[in-house]
Design a protein around this ligand. Structure first.
Ligand SMILES: [Zn+2]
Ligand SMILES: [Zn+2]
Length: 294
C-alpha cells in the first residue's frame, strides 16, 4: 500500500489513514465535482492567452491565477460543477497578463481574498482596488483551511515568480509553470507530489524553426522564459516517485508545440519509471481540462 500511503508531515492527524482509504477516481469534467472524492484538480485554461487552475478539497476551493475574464472563469467553473461565489482564495503565481487579466474582477465580484507575493502585488498591472490581499514572501508557507501552501521561487521574467505546493490530507499537489529553468530548488521541493502541474511550453525544434522573431525565441528559451517539452520531461524524471498519480501538462504554446509532442515526451518518462498508469492531462486555452479527483 505504499502507492497511496502518504504520510503527511503532521499537520493533519489521521492523514495516513485517509490517504490509504481514499477512493481513487477519475471523472470527466462534465460531471459535477461534488459527487465524492476529497480532492479535485482542473486546468480551467492554460497557455499564453490565459491561465487558471481550480483545486477543491473537503474544506477549500482555490483558484490559482485568473488569466481569463471573470465572466469566462465563472462559466468554466460552472461547467465543472463548481461555483465562483464559493471560492475561498485566489493564489497568484506572477504578474503577467495571461495570469492576472481577471484578477481584480474575480476578487471583487465574488469577494475572494488574494494571496500574492508582496513584490508581485506592487507589479500587478491595473487590477484596481483589492479589498483583501494577503502578502507572502519568497519561500513562505502558510495555511488555508485544510491545506498548507508552500511557495517556491522560480526563474521567469517576472518580479517574483512563484510555484506552489498545496499539501492536503490526501497528498500534495505541485504547481510549477512559467519557468525558464528547473532549478535544483524546484527539483528538490516538488518531490513526492501525488499530482503535478508542469509547464511543457514548446518543442525546441518547432520554436527554432517557427515564425517567432529572434528576440522572442531567445526570451522563450532563456533561463527566464519557458520550459520546453524536453526540459519538462527532465524535471519529471527527477521527480520520480511511485506515488505520482496524475500529471497535467500546462502552458503549451499554440505556435511552437502540439499536444501530441508534449504528451509523448511525458509518457516516455512515465513509462521508463514504470508508472504508465499515471493519468496525463493536457491543458488547453479553449476549454477546461478533465478533472482529476480522488
Ligand atoms: Zn504565462
Ligand atoms: Zn509569465
Amino acid at each position: 500500500m505504499t502507492r497511496r500511503g502518504i504520510i503527511h508531515r503532521g499537520m493533519f492527524p489521521g492523514s495516513f489513514y485517509l490517504a490509504n482509504t481514499a477512493i481513487f477516481r477519475y471523472i470527466n469534467g462534465a460531471e459535477p465535482l461534488t459527487t465524492g472524492g476529497n480532492v479535485q484538480v482542473c486546468l480551467l485554461a492554460s497557455g499564453s492567452k490565459g491561465n487558471a487552475i481550480y483545486v477543491e478539497t473537503a474544506e477549500s476551493r482555490l483558484l490559482i491565477d485568473a488569466g481569463l475574464s471573470a465572466r469566462e472563469i465563472g462559466h468554466r467553473l460552472n461547467a465543472i460543477g463548481a461555483a465562483p461565489e464559493n471560492l475561498d482564495a485566489l493564489l497568484v503565481t506572477h504578474e503577467h497578463r495571461d495570469h492576472c487579466r481577471g484578477l481584480g474582477p474575480v476578487a471583487r465580484r465574488w469577494n475572494v481574498p488574494v494571496h500574492v507575493h508582496h513584490a508581485t502585488r506592487e507589479a500587478l498591472p491595473g487590477v484596481g482596488k483589492l479589498e483583501h490581499t494577503v502578502e507572502f514572501d519568497s519561500g513562505d508557507a502558510f495555511c488555508l483551511r485544510d491545506m498548507e501552501i508552500q511557495t517556491v521561487p522560480i526563474t521567469h521574467d517576472a518580479v517574483a515568480p512563484t510555484g506552489f505546493i498545496l499539501s492536503t490530507a490526501d497528498g500534495n499537489i505541485g504547481i510549477v509553470t512559467d519557468l525558464g529553468l528547473a532549478t535544483r530548488l524546484v527539483a528538490d521541493r516538488f518531490q513526492k507530489c501525488r499530482v503535478l502541474i508542469l509547464e511543457s511550453n514548446h518543442d525546441e525544434d518547432m520554436l527554432r524553426d517557427g515564425p517567432y522573431p529572434w528576440h522572442l525565441k531567445q526570451r522563450v528559451r532563456s533561463r527566464h522564459g519557458h520550459l520546453s517539452n524536453r526540459e519538462s520531461a527532465d524535471l519529471l524524471r527527477q521527480l520520480h516517485w511511485e506515488g505520482l498519480e496524475a500529471v497535467f501538462l500546462a502552458h503549451l504554446s499554440e505556435t511552437n508545440n502540439s499536444p501530441q509532442l508534449a504528451e509523448a515526451c511525458a509518457r516516455q518518462v512515465l513509462g521508463q519509471q514504470g508508472n504508465s498508469s499515471a493519468r496525463l492531462f493536457i491543458g488547453s486555452q479553449h476549454r477546461h481540462s478533465d478533472c482529476f479527483a480522488w
